[in-house]
Ligand binder design. Structure first.
Ligand code: HEM
Length: 494
């Protein structure tokens, strides 16, 4: 009774947003599935409205299922909706330096500033040669062995991020630097959403000692800690060694280290920590996400060969099939851009973004949102809203084009990269990568099903925080002899 009265007074008599009735103590623990939670939230929204809430062991979780509510709270009221919740398992892993999950602190502000500066559109233009060269390396690898297309994509993505961040040249597909970032990203994606691990709901479980192996979270914490330390320190050590030997290549790390060279000793250590944290976060956040988008593009063209043909017609009109496409061709290729946009809408890679948290209590449309509430923007629901995107389950790039074939304005799609102050700083890099990879692939290959690729239901996706298609087989068949020659000629020219 005391708790109920206290709760009522705190809320000034206002209700929490509606949602399924919580059970005593555990609350809605069983209403939040571990996988594909965005679909369940969307079903609840149909019953309770755009804004819904859950309680799990006293923690209030608010889910926003419309663009209106997400824009109002996560963007316009960003000053109080830009914190992150403390996630006990990440605490145990010592991941407080990871920008993606960092609290809304001075450390976050400084590292975010560095990332925004390094990844702004103007800076990304400087990476066009790196992106173009590596898209073409991808073509060569696919021509030599298209069975391993997924491994080639992962390799390309790691080369790009490690090149841009640290000027590091990936030694090969078994390069350890590539592997650790992927494992860390995977572990993060599997543990970040509510309901993923019991220790996140019941933090006292972190103290269960290791001699209770089935109950202890310490082994997983140690594994995460080791991965984190390697991602944080190993590539920076590589750059510093390069500076000493005179072999360091241009990179964000090199720029950053040169900028803080003359900062006085007391501030230098802090500045270097911020730089290492920002770049380590970029390195772990940027790899798998980009690959997932490209895989979705492949799924889409396997299901819609007609879209592939239309895109190839546009590409051929621009390149005359005498050369490979470049960034300079982009203004003349709106349909390729529309494909990139539809890829992000149709199967958003991070369907629930990353949970935000409130730093102050707030009221929205008569509902009380307490300080410390988890606030989740249901990106999937926003991008599958039939009012904004009719027939949302269909893959239709033309929805992003005007009648005259030019790209139309769309203010909703940015939610594929999250919201407000925490919006993904890597989005311009993703935009450039998707364009050049998709244009390059379609200009010389037909992407086709293999005998065992299967039908539309044969492309299941993972259901955790970062959603990607499970591995599948397909073929990259050169469109003709001329296409093969273009790839070979380009390889020789490099
Ligand atoms: C298809 C590719 C990608 C998608 C869909 C994506 C999506 C997202 C989303 C939804 C968030 C959370 C935003 C929020 O909390 O509201 C995020 C955060 C972040 N992303 Fe990405 N991302 C992608 C690629 C990248 C790349 C390539 C990089 C780096 C080069 C990157 C770096 C980051 C960082 C550092 C954050 C944390 C931002 C913060 O909390 O302040 N991402 N991303």
């Amino acid at each position: 009774a005391y708790l109920a009265i206290h709760d009522y007074q705190k809320k000034g008599g206002l209700p929490y947003p509606p949602g399924p009735r919580p059970l005593p103590l555990i609350g809605n623990l069983f209403d939040i599935p571990k996988e594909f939670a965005w679909l369940s939230f969307n079903r609840f929204a149909r019953k309770y409205g755009d804004i819904i809430s859950f309680r799990v062991f006293g923690q209030v979780i608010v889910v926003l299922n419309s663009s209106k509510a997400s824009k109002e709270l996560l963007e316009r009221r960003g000053d109080i909706y830009s914190d992150r919740p403390t996630i006990p398992i990440h605490d145990m892993m010592g991941w407080e330096w990871v920008v993606v999950i960092a609290r809304y602190t001075e450390y976050w502000r400084q590292s975010r500033k560095l990332l925004e500066r390094g990844l702004r559109p103007g800076a990304i233009a400087g990476y066009h040669p790196l992106l173009q060269t590596n898209a073409r390396v991808l073509l060569t690898q696919l021509l030599e062995n298209s069975n391993e297309w997924e491994a080639h994509l992962r390799y390309m993505s790691a080369v790009l991020i490690l090149g841009m961040g640290y000027g590091y040249e990936v030694a090969g597909r078994n390069d350890r630097k590539m592997d650790v970032a992927r494992k860390m990203a995977q572990l993060g994606a599997d543990t970040v959403l509510p309901g993923a691990l019991l220790v996140n709901d019941l933090p006292f479980l972190r103290y269960i000692p290791e001699w209770l192996p089935w109950l202890s979270y310490k082994p997983i914490a140690r594994y995460g800690y080791d991965l984190g330390q390697e991602v944080l320190h190993a590539p920076m050590a590589f750059v510093k060694e390069g500076i000493v030997n005179g072999t360091a290549q241009p990179s964000l790390a090199l720029n950053g280290l040169q900028e803080i060279e003359n900062v006085n000793a007391s501030k230098h250590e802090k500045a270097e920590e911020v730089l290492a944290g920002a770049l380590g976060s970029m390195y772990s956040a940027g790899n798998d996400t980009t690959v997932s988008s490209i895989m979705t593009f492949i799924v889409a063209v396997l299901l819609h060969p007609d879209i592939q043909k239309m895109a190839q017609r546009d590409l051929d009109a621009v390149t005359k099939r005498e050369r490979l496409p470049t960034f300079e061709d982009r203004p003349a290729l709106p349909f390729i851009d529309a494909i990139c946009m539809e890829v992000q809408r149709w199967r958003p890679v991070v369907p629930l973004a990353i949970p935000h948290a409130t730093t102050k209590a707030d009221v929205y449309e008569g509902f009380f949102i307490p300080k410390g509430a988890l606030v989740i923007g249901n990106v999937w629901a926003l991008l599958h809203d039939p009012e904004i995107y009719p027939e949302p389950e269909s893959f239709k790039p033309e929805r992003f084009l005007n009648a005259d074939g030019r790209l139309r304005d769309d203010t909703y799609l940015t939610s594929a990269f999250g919201f407000g102050k925490r919006i993904c700083p890597g989005r311009h890099f993703v935009d450039a990568t998707l364009f050049i990879v998709i244009a390059s692939l379609l200009s010389v290959f037909n992407i086709e099903k293999c005998k065992d690729t299967g039908g539309p239901d044969q492309f299941p996706y993972t259901g955790t925080a970062v959603s990607r298609p499970h591995s599948f087989r397909c073929s990259f068949v050169p469109r003709d002899k001329n296409s093969e020659e273009l790839i070979v000629a380009d390889t020789l020219a490099c």
